[in-house]
Design a protein around this ligand. Structure first.
Ligand SMILES: C[S@@+](CC[C@H](N)C(=O)[O-])C[C@H]1O[C@@H](n2cnc3c(N)ncnc32)[C@H](O)[C@@H]1O
Length: 236
C-alpha cells in the first residue's frame, strides 16, 4: 500500500514519466572473421554454423576413434533415474548412448532443427527405445520445464549457438538445484587440435560465460583425444 502510494505520487508529479528498464546488451558486432559471424559475446566471436552438420557427418563411423564417446559415458556419473538433456542433439548420436544408462529416467533430445528430431524419432522406432524424448527448442530457449533436468550435455554445440547468453540462462532454468552441465568442446588452448579456432573453446572463456549465468566451475577432465570435458554445477 505504502509502495503503491509512493509510485502514484511520483507518477502523478508534474514532469514525471515512468521509463521502462533497458534490456541488458550482451552482444557487440565486428567485421566477421573467417568462419565467424561478426557477433561477439564476452570477447568471443560466435562461429558460423558448419555445413558438415549433415546427419551422415554426425553419424560417421570413425567417431568412436576420434572422440571416444564410450569413455564419455563412463565419466558422466549418471543414476538409473537421471533426467539428461542432450542439447543440440543433432542426429541423437549421444542421446542413444545415454538412453541405456538411465533406464528409469529419460533423455530429452533438444534441437532447433525439426529434421534432426524426425531422424531421432525414426531411430527410436527402429531400435525400440522408449526413454528418448525429442524436444524442439528455439535459438534462444530450450523450452525445458523449469528445474526438471539433472544433467545437460552439450557436445560440439555451444560454441555455435547464435544466442549463447539466452540459451545458457534457459539451460540453467531447466536444471534442478545441484544439476550439472557437461560440455565437450574442442580444446581452444591447444594449437595442435586441427579444428578452426572459432569452433574451439578455452576453459577460461567458457568459465566466464558460465559464471555470468550463475554456474559454478567444478572441473576439467582431459581424457579425450582433442576435446575438453568440462563440468559446471548449478548451486543448491
Ligand atoms: C555440431 S551439431 C552437434 C550434434 C550432436 N551434439 C553431436 O555431437 O552429434 C550442433 C547441433 O546444435 C543444434 N543447435 C544449434 N543451435 C541450437 C540451439 N539454440 N538450441 C538447440 N540446438 C541448437 C544444431 O541444429 C545441430 O544439430
Amino acid at each position: 500500500m505504502f509502495r503503491f502510494s509512493i509510485l502514484f505520487l511520483l507518477s502523478s508529479a508534474p514532469g514525471f514519466c515512468l521509463v521502462a528498464e533497458e534490456p541488458a546488451v550482451h552482444y557487440s558486432e565486428k567485421a566477421p572473421s573467417r568462419d565467424g559471424t561478426g557477433k561477439v559475446y564476452m570477447g568471443r566471436e560466435i562461429s558460423e554454423v558448419v555445413s558438415q552438420h549433415a546427419i551422415g557427418w554426425l553419424e560417421r563411423r570413425d567417431r568412436e576413434g576420434e572422440e571416444r564417446p564410450s569413455l564419455v559415458m563412463d565419466q558422466l556419473g549418471l543414476s538409473e533415474d537421471s533426467v539428461v538433456a542432450d542439447i543440440g542433439a543433432g542426429s541423437g548420436f549421444f542421446s542413444f548412448l545415454l538412453a541405456p544408462l538411465v533406464p528409469e529416467g529419460k533423455v530429452v533430445a533438444v534441437d532447433i532443427q525439426p529434421e534432426m528430431l524426425d531422424f531421432i524419432e525414426g531411430r527410436k522406432k527402429l531400435k525400440q527405445v522408449i526413454n528418448v524424448q525429442t524436444h524442439l527448442g528455439t535459438i534462444e530457449d530450450t523450452k525445458l520445464e523449469a528445474a526438471s533436468v539433472d544433467l545437460a550435455l552439450m557436445v560440439d554445440a555451444y560454441h555455435e549457438f547464435s544466442h549463447p547468453r539466452e540459451m545458457a540462462e534457459s539451460i540453467v532454468k531447466g536444471l534442478k538445484p545441484g544439476g550439472r552441465i557437461v560440455f565437450l568442446e574442442y580444446r581452444g588452448e591447444d594449437p595442435g587440435v586441427p579444428i578452426k579456432p572459432l569452433h574451439k573453446m578455452t576453459v577460461k572463456q567458457l568459465t566466464r560465460e558460465m559464471k555470468a549465468v550463475g554456474m559454478e566451475f567444478v572441473e576439467v577432465r582431459d581424457f579425450l583425444p582433442i576435446q575438453h570435458f568440462i563440468v559446471y554445477q548449478k548451486p543448491f
